[in-house]
Ligand binder design. Structure first.
Ligand SMILES: Cc1cc2nc3c(=O)[nH]c(=O)nc-3n(C[C@H](O)[C@H](O)[C@H](O)COP(=O)(O)O)c2cc1C
Length: 194
């Protein structure tokens, strides 16, 4: 199994350092109790006005629903995501109860997925989020009404071996992770002059 624990400038929680987005997955179906814990973690994320504007549609490998979600993915994602044990579509509600746009819907969905991702790590699972999909195809695949927006597709499972992947994805799977240094995006009291 490929481990890509972050080299951090400051100490952080081990699960945060160990999280990364693999493309090689292994393992069988994810049981209902585990899925329940993942969505429970998502449920307790904070959200603007506690509107909880997120939604999820999930499907197991081998199901007709799984195949429909795969068909909506960009080809570069199909190559590896078609082998994931589970796919989850992350959805944001577009409007508030009074009909005005919920400008924080995607933000709140992102927080719930962050919760889900760390719960997954704690349960020995990894996930890989994807924005590479056709929204129209995905909407049709999961019968999503216009009131809701498909924002992300998430591959979920136990981490596999880089050697399962075709080139160049196998090399990318082994490549070091990188981040901007903290001083490039954190400032004291005001944004720095350009
Ligand atoms: C909203 C979002 C969309 C992403 N879309 C894709 C995608 O379509 N295909 C892909 O291979 N990775 C995708 N990624 C994964 C990112 O490339 C990855 O998280 C980033 O390179 C950092 O790597 P790490 O998660 O391993 O730390 C996406 C991640 C996020 C959060």
């Amino acid at each position: 199994m490929t481990s890509k624990t972050a080299t951090t400038e400051h100490p952080i929680l081990p699960l945060l350092a160990e999280r990364w987005s693999p493309r090689a997955f292994t393992g069988g179906a994810i049981d209902d109790a585990t899925l329940g814990s993942l969505f429970e973690a998502a449920r307790w994320a904070p959200s603007a006005s506690n509107l909880q504007p997120w939604g999820f549609v999930h499907a197991s490998h081998g199901s007709a629903g799984f195949a429909r979600i795969v068909e909506s993915l960009a080809q570069g994602n199909v190559i590896w995501a078609q082998h994931a044990p589970h796919l989850i579509v992350g959805i944001a509600e577009r409007s508030k109860a009074d009909g005005s746009p919920n400008l924080y819907g995607r933000y709140d969905l992102g927080q719930s997925v962050a919760h889900l991702s760390i719960q997954a790590m704690a349960l020995g699972l990894h996930l890989h989020q994807m924005a590479g999909f056709s929204a129209d195809k995905l909407r049709a695949a999961i019968a999503l009404p216009e009131s809701h927006e498909p924002v992300v597709v998430i591959a979920l499972g136990q981490i596999g071996e880089a050697s399962q992947l075709p080139p160049p994805l196998d090399e990318r799977e082994r490549a070091a992770r990188s981040r901007k240094p903290v001083e490039r995006f954190v400032f004291t009291e005001s944004w720095p002059p350009a």
